[in-house]
Design a protein around this ligand. Structure first.
Ligand SMILES: N[C@@H](CCC(=O)N[C@@H](CS)C(=O)NCC(=O)O)C(=O)O
Length: 205
């Protein structure tokens, strides 16, 4: 199998969820860093891969896919022979999709946005982002009291989509201290064979 090319930014949680999933599936990957600070993602060459000018994007043979959650669905559907990461059963698949929507919704508006403000100085509403994050983590912690992973006793792409920005929430000034069940879930993901962490920005060290 040829390498899957992953266009990423090393401290992007959206890109990390793809890198992590490739590693868990043991897929060969060539990482290509896109310099978001220099605006490389808005240049014509990159816009031809993703019209929204954002990482992550993958190229797999002749297939180009943008959007982290779409990429997770693609990789699981194409390469996970076990069928457990993105279940075929209609109700189980819908339960995974619910969390992918949370990843694109509350996770992006909450912990991800708070991190953009604290680490990169984006002029966004930090207080609102913290409120969204706190509400999200309250729900997440209660859910994770009931089962090992977000939708059941084994991990799915829902867990991968939610993991990176949750684990790195403290970089955005959102504490994970109150959430024992989230801590245990993060540790379960980090102990999966093939787990790779996301880099911590120097400013968060
Ligand atoms: N919905 C997209 C969001 C991706 C996203 O927000 N990427 C950020 C990095 S974390 C980006 O490329 N930002 C650069 C820009 O918007 O110019 C996904 O899930 O992939």
């Amino acid at each position: 199998m040829n390498d899957i090319v992953l266009y990423r930014f090393p401290v992007s949680g959206h890109a990390h969820r793809v890198e992590l999933f490739c590693s868990l599936l043991k897929l060969p990957v060539k990482l290509v860093d896109v310099n978001l600070v220099a605006g490389e993602q808005k240049k014509p060459e990159f816009l031809s891969k993703n019209r929204f000018g954002q990482v992550p994007v993958i190229e797999d043979g002749g297939v180009t896919i943008a959007d982290s959650n779409a990429i997770l669905v693609y990789l699981a559907s194409r390469y996970d022979k076990t069928g457990t990461w993105y279940p075929r059963d209609a109700a189980a698949a819908a339960r995974v999709q619910q969390w992918l929507s949370v990843a694109a919704g509350q996770l992006a508006a909450g912990p991800s946005t708070a991190r953009l403000v604290k680490l990169f100085g984006f002029p966004l509403d930090h207080a609102r982002a913290v409120t969204v994050a706190t509400q999200l983590f309250g729900v997440l912690d209660k859910e994770l009291a009931k089962r090992k992973f977000l939708t059941g006793e084994t991990p799915t792409i829902a867990d991968i989509a939610i993991y990176s920005y949750t684990a790195h929430a403290p970089e955005g000034g959102v504490s994970l201290e109150p959430y024992a069940n989230i801590h245990a879930w993060l540790a379960r993901i980090e102990s999966l064979p093939g787990f790779v962490p996301m880099a911590r920005p120097a400013s968060a060290a």
